[in-house]
Write a new protein. Structure first.
Length: 256
């Protein structure tokens, strides 16, 4: 779940201008993608998972992003678990690189605290895949993106973009983007047969230093009948980082 959160949360911190009427769908998505580029920031997420006939599950994590000015790294991400008790202290790192599309990821194991390389580990199919929120230039290029309509949400002007995979899967999504500030209000996912299977909505917006944050994110997995309620708090746009926190080098590796 850590990797999926890391790869997607840049969508949730956005600012913008007001020229969207003159832009193509690809250009609008690129503006959304670029809003947090180079911005060091940290925040806390409280995630509650609800599923029929099962008890609710809660997880609380701190997430920090560092954009080094020098060296080979494009971005370093650090996640620390605060809840639940059995996962408290579990840490996760992701490093992306300026000269490579590849990234590296590590996690510390519960109980032992030893480090494990999870770069090649695939997401848990039983959990919501937060990586579906990721927006990169590669993703934009691998989809056919079209402006569908202009509408409003809570009185704000919105552009709706349809994004269809160019590969054989032909899955698609519709993205509701604020026309004035280029943050995402809502995303709906569809199968290749046109059946809606996921809905993601951003609520309770907070504007800090011209950056808009959704303090609440609602996710519905219609196929698995699972919902997630995510609260965002403790936002810090001027963090005083201990740079050692972003490097897993001093953690002992798990023995194979």
């Amino acid at each position: 779940m850590f990797k999926m959160l890391i790869s997607s949360l840049c969508l949730f911190i956005l600012l913008g201008t007001s020229q969207s009427e003159e832009l193509s769908a690809d250009e609008i998505l690129t503006l959304v993608m670029n809003q947090t580029y180079g911005l060091n920031h940290t925040f806390r997420l409280s995630i509650i998972k609800k599923q029929n006939s099962k008890p609710d599950k809660k997880q609380v994590i701190n997430i920090s992003f560092l954009w080094p000015k020098e060296g080979p790294y494009l971005r370093k991400s650090f996640v620390e678990t605060l809840e639940p008790k059995n996962l408290k202290g579990v840490r996760f790192w992701e490093h992306t690189y300026k000269e490579s599309k590849l990234s590296k990821r590590w996690i510390t194991l519960p109980v032992t605290g030893k480090l494990k390389d999870v770069t090649d580990k695939k997401p848990n199919k039983n959990e919501f895949n937060f990586s579906e929120l990721e927006l990169t230039q590669e993703i934009i290029n691998n989809h056919t993106n079209t402006i569908l309509e202009n509408t409003k949400i809570d009185g704000r002007p919105i552009i709706v973009i349809e994004s269809i995979e160019k590969n054989n899967k032909k899955n698609s999504k519709k993205i509701w983007i604020d026309q004035e500030e280029y943050f995402i209000h809502k995303v709906e996912y569809f199968t290749k047969r046109g059946r809606k299977n996921k809905i993601i909505e951003m609520h309770d917006l907070l504007k800090t230093d011209n950056i808009t944050f959704p303090r609440t994110i609602k996710i519905q997995d219609l196929r698995k009948k699972i919902s997630y309620s995510i609260s965002l708090s403790n936002i810090d746009l001027y963090p005083n980082y201990n740079l050692d926190d972003f490097n897993p080098d001093n953690v002992m590796y798990e023995k194979n």
